[in-house]
Design a protein around this ligand. Structure first.
Ligand SMILES: C[S@@+](CC[C@H](N)C(=O)[O-])C[C@H]1O[C@@H](n2cnc3c(N)ncnc32)[C@H](O)[C@@H]1O
Length: 231
C-alpha cells in the first residue's frame, strides 16, 4: 500500500513536472478570482488533460471563470462550462476572449454533465459545483465515458466541513489527492499569492479548509490504463 501511494505520487508529480513549462505561464498570467480553485490543483488537472490528449473538457461550477480561463488557455481542446448561478459580467468576458472554443451553459451540472461527456472526443471532467460529496454522487453517471474526473474540495479526513467527502472519494477509488505532501512541496509555490490573499500561513491549514483536488480514473480504457491503482 505504501509503495502504491509512492508510485501514485511519483506518477502524478511526474506528469505535472512534464507539463509545467506549458502550464506555468498560463497560471502566472490569469488573474485570481473570488472562490476559485488553487493554481496547483489546476496545474495537475491541465497537465493530465495534456498528457492524455483529451479533446473536450466539461467543467461544472465556473463562477467568475478562473478555472475556465486556465483550461481555455492551456490546451487546444473544446471546453463546455456549466454554471447554475451565472455571473453575467464574467460570462461576457469569457465569451469575448474564448468564444469559439468555449461553450457557456447555464443550468445544473448534475443534469448537464452526463449529457455533455463524449467518449468519442476523449473527455475530462472537472467538478467544482457541485463539489465534494455532491460531486462524488455524480461519479457513477459520468466516469464510464470520461478519460478522468477531477473533484475539487475533498478535504483531509477529520477536517471535512462538507459531509465527509474525502471518505466518499476514497470509497470511489480516487487515484490521487493534491494535498500529497510531496506534490505540495514541489508545486505549492503556485498557490502563494492565493494563500497570502486568504491570510493562511501554512499550506496545511489552507488545504484543510477545502482546496484539494481528487483525481478519479474514468472508464475509457485505452487512455486511462497508465494511471496507477488507487493510493
Ligand atoms: C467555487 S465556485 C467555482 C469556481 C471556479 N471553478 C473557479 O475556479 O474559478 C462554485 C460554483 O459552482 C456553482 N454550482 C454549485 N452547484 C452547481 C450545480 N449543481 N450545477 C452548476 N453549478 C453549480 C456555484 O453557483 C458556484 O458559482
Amino acid at each position: 500500500m505504501a509503495d502504491a501511494a509512492r508510485d501514485g505520487s511519483a506518477y502524478f508529480r511526474g506528469i505535472a513536472a512534464k507539463w509545467e513549462p506549458v502550464c506555468a505561464p498560463v497560471l502566472e498570467s490569469v488573474p485570481l478570482r473570488a472562490g476559485a480553485m488553487l493554481p496547483s490543483e489546476l496545474l495537475l488537472f491541465a497537465s493530465l488533460c495534456l498528457e492524455t490528449k483529451v479533446g473536450l473538457v466539461v467543467e461544472s461550477g465556473r463562477k467568475e471563470g478562473y478555472s475556465t480561463e486556465i483550461l481555455c488557455r492551456v490546451g487546444g481542446w473544446l471546453v463546455h462550462s456549466i454554471e447554475k448561478a451565472v455571473v453575467e459580467e464574467a460570462d461576457k468576458r469569457l465569451a469575448a476572449a474564448y468564444g469559439g472554443r468555449l461553450a457557456l451553459h447555464r443550468g445544473d451540472g448534475r443534469r448537464l454533465v452526463p449529457t455533455l461527456v463524449d467518449a468519442a472526443r476523449r473527455t475530462a471532467v472537472l467538478l467544482d459545483g457541485p463539489k465534494s460529496t455532491g460531486a462524488n454522487l455524480m461519479l457513477p453517471s459520468i466516469r464510464g465515458a470520461a478519460v478522468f474526473v477531477g473533484i475539487h474540495d475533498v478535504p483531509l479526513l477529520g477536517t471535512d466541513h462538507q459531509g465527509n467527502s474525502r471518505r466518499a472519494s476514497i470509497e470511489n477509488g480516487a487515484a490521487y489527492f493534491t494535498d500529497d505532501p510531496e506534490y505540495v512541496a514541489q508545486f505549492g509555490r503556485y498557490d502563494r499569492a492565493w494563500m497570502d490573499r486568504s491570510g493562511y500561513k501554512s499550506h496545511r491549514d489552507f488545504l484543510a479548509v477545502c482546496c484539494v483536488l481528487g483525481i478519479f480514473r474514468g472508464g475509457y480504457k485505452q487512455l486511462t490504463e497508465k494511471l496507477p491503482k488507487s493510493t
